[in-house]
Design a protein around this ligand. Structure first.
Ligand code: NAP
Ligand code: ZN
Ligand code: ZN
Length: 349
């Protein structure tokens, strides 16, 4: 039976977020239904609400760092029972059989990935609605198990921020003997510092904020560079193996390509809407790469959650009530958050 549930979203990029009711599908045999407890606010939610990519369908309900408690399961579900903690990240469906899906790369499904919000909803028509809502219904295959985190609200950002940095760090082999630079210390960046450190890498923070230089060591970095200081930047020229670039706005990538060691890689995960200009000599010299990465597959997301639980990694969060979501979005836009907002969905009434 289709259910009507309260959600937070907007019908235009010009309007603030507000509450309205959306529909969730009735439980199918392989579905898990959860009451949402917490949902993180990712900069991608802000990009989508502002329609930065010109690809948002309104009304939009954002939210894709979702932690909840299971309230019902379909008859074929075997891994979840009522009362369990469960989570939903960015991906809620894919074809399951194309070469990408077979490699646990459902984010690159050749037949189209269904994201937790703002992609076509195969069941109800229209677009999917995200985690700024009272409930979510997701296929068991795409629902994550939550390991035993002491603070489930602080674990919510792992569902996007965590996997988005874990996947490239693993792919480009961050670990002992490698120098990892983390560029942009926001929601993704501060989790990247912790994960890269736990993988055994030497971690260098690259930030525009003096206050974050002072916080870098507490977050787990070995060194920190104020990117506006040419002298500090010069010290790291040719020294870094992997830079995870999380910057959400336009920036000069060449300044960071110059920091790479031979065979080093800048991995772009941030999504500035404008295209980049890359100077030829900044990549031909040193056989350097400028690469990109997009979230991570479902099995890898589960692996990341286990890794973070084992290494005691969660996000530094500011938990906000549902009626403070607009304020949180405004502060995120100004960079005024240390380091992730999470909405307490029990306050959405
Ligand atoms: P966030 O919390 O806002 O952090 C972004 C950080 O970038 C800021 O804290 C700031 O760090 C730096 N920054 C922002 N504007 C800047 C500017 N004009 N110049 C230089 N640095 C600037 O955002 P987030 O949630 O971590 O997301 C970061 C980006 O990743 C967004 O574009 C988001 O859409 C994208 N994203 C991509 C994926 C993917 O799969 N590829 C997944 C999730 C998010 P400092 O103060 O340290 O300089
Ligand atoms: Zn995200
Ligand atoms: Zn597929």
């Amino acid at each position: 039976m289709i259910k009507s549930v309260k959600a937070i979203g907007t019908d235009s990029s010009a309007n603030p977020l507000h509450t309205f009711n959306i529909q969730r599908r009735g439980l199918l045999t392989d579905d898990v239904e959860m009451e949402i407890l917490y949902c993180g606010i990712c900069h991608s939610d802000l990009h989508q609400v502002k329609d930065d990519f010109g690809a948002t369908t309104f009304p939009v309900v954002p939210g894709h760092e979702i932690v909840g408690r299971v309230t019902a399961v379909g008859s074929d579900v075997t891994n979840f029972k009522v009362g369990d903690y469960a989570a939903v990240g960015c991906i809620v469906d894919s074809c399951g059989s194309c070469p990408a899906c077979e490699r646990d790369l459902q984010q690159f499904c050749e037949n189209g990935t269904t994201l937790s919000f703002n992609t076509p909803d195969k069941h109800l028509g229209g677009m999917t609605y995200g985690g700024f809502a009272k409930t979510y219904v997701c296929k068991e295959r795409y629902t994550l198990k939550m390991p035993d985190f002491a603070d489930m609200a602080a674990a919510a950002p792992l569902l996007c921020a965590g996997i988005t940095v874990y996947s490239p760090l693993k792919h480009w082999k961050a670990g002992a003997g490698k120098v990892v630079g983390v560029l942009g210390i926001g929601g993704l960046g501060h989790v990247a510092i912790r994960i890269a450190r736990a993988m055994g890498a030497h971690v260098v923070v690259l930030t525009t904020s003096q206050a974050k230089i002072e916080d870098a060591q507490r977050l787990g970095a070995h060194e920190a560079v104020l990117t506006s200081d040419a002298e500090q930047m010069k010290k790291f020229a040719g020294k870094i193996d992997i830079i995870i670039d999380t910057v959400s706005a336009k920036h000069d990538i060449n300044a960071y390509l110059k920091l790479l060691a031979i065979d080093g890689t800048v991995v772009l995960v941030g999504l500035p809407p404008e295209p980049f200009e890359v100077g030829a000599f900044n990549i031909v010299k040193g056989r350097r790469s400028f690469a990109g990465s997009n979230i991570g597959g479902i099995d890898e997301t589960q692996e990341m959650l286990e890794f973070c639980a084992e290494h005691n990694i969660t996000a530094d969060i500011e938990l906000v009530d549902a009626d403070k979501v607009n304020e949180a979005f405004e502060r995120l836009e100004k960079g005024d958050v240390k380091y992730r907002f999470v909405v307490d969905m029990s306050t959405l009434n």
